[in-house]
Structures are given as C-alpha cells and as structure tokens.
Design a binder for this molecule. Sequence first.
Ligand code: PEP
Length: 250
Amino acid sequence: MQRQPLVIANWKMNGDRQLVTAMAEALRESAAQHADVSVVVCPPAVLLPAWQQAAFYDNIQLGAQDANEHVSGAHTGEHSLALLVESGASMVLVGHSERRQFYGDNAKRIAAKVNHTLNESNLTVVLCVGESAEEREQQQTFDVVAAQLQEALADCNNCERIVVAYEPVWAIGTGLTASPEQAQEVHAFIRNWLQEKFGPSGANVQVLYGGSVKADNAEQLFAQADIDGGLIGGASLIEEQFVAICNAAQ
Ligand code: PEP
C-alpha cells in the first residue's frame, strides 16, 4: 500500500481568526499543487470552530494539539476528545516535546492519552517522539526513540489510526534541522520498529519529520524513502512558507 503524503501544521499558541481566513484562502488557491497531500491544521483549540467554518468545503482536515485522557469532569483548562471532535478535529497530537518538557506529559500519561484516544474515539493519534541534543551526542537516539515508542504503544495491537512524528528536540523551533540523511536513518529505524510491533501493516504507518522544516529544506527531507511528510511549527504560520511545504510533499 502506498503511503499518502501528510503535512500537519502545529500552530502551538499562535494565530488568530484573521490568520485562519488567510491560511484557508492560501491553501484553497494552491489546492491543485498539493492535491495528493493530506493537509491537517492543528490550531489552538478555540480556533477549531473558525477553521471548521473557513475550511468546510476544502480538503483540509483539523487536528488538536493535545487532549485530556479523561472523558469529562474536574479538569480545569483541559479539552475532552468529545469536544474536540465536535469542533471538527479528526487527529490529535500526543507527546509533543513541549508537553513532555513543560506540561507534565510523562510516559504514563502519554500512554493513557494514546489508549484513551484509540479506544474512546475515532481520532487518529499523531505520536511525537525524538531525542534531546545531549541524548544525540551520547549516541542514545535509537534507544530513546525505541523507549518512547514502546512506552506509548505498549497496549496497542492495531496501527490503523496511528501516525508517528519524529521530532528531534534540538531541531524544534531552533532553526537547526536534521540533515535528510540523519532524519532518514531514524525514520527507517522507526519503520522497522513499527513492522516488528504490528507486522506488515506497520509499513503503512505514516512517519513524519518535524523540526525547523521550511520551504527551502522540505523537498530534500520529503524525498527520503521513509519520510512521509512533516509536522510543521513556525513555518505553518506563514502562508507562503506553509503552501510551499505542502507543495514539496506532493
Ligand atoms: C513542532 O512544534 O512540532 C515543530 C516542528 O516546530 P518548528 O517547525 O517550529 O521547529
């Protein structure tokens, strides 16, 4: 089975209604150039309804940047899967390095979020993994990535609604990008791991690269055999940049 190219925008805590309109318009105008690419936008959750309206006749899917692992209840400030679905989300990022570093998403919580999403909704999980600069220097990249995959996916026996994003922490928002060869090496490792865990269907899991992807490095990264697209932070807030990245995945 051929894996469809996938480009996901992670707006983090950025953007507003004006940018929703402008980005939807830019993606609409360029649609023919990225017709075979699945484009997903993960805005701050409060902007999902605005995106739902702006993109309702386009081929743009929406995603959430995080979801709580409980159905509902006393979880001030959090968002449930049901609310995210009602607001148009069909994917959810889990284990982004910013959430691992600053918001208490440890291995146990990440596994709970993965299991809750897969068992209690139809959403696709985009599991983010990646090593720190120090871990790379100490040649622990493969061990770290394998441990993160194992911790998060231990209870899963089906990979139909799983996407993996390899995001080296040292490349996120820093302007440093893994070279296409460095990224490909880890992507091939992840694909092997997925095949060992899930059997032949593991080969169909989309594995995305994230970490300072820009218009001028996207094509080389996406040309690698095991890189199926990208998870894009900063450059997804600039219309020309994001459109060029979507085009590069075509
Ligand atoms: C991200 O936040 O997932 C990301 C890859 O950010 P950036 O593209 O800005 O490095």
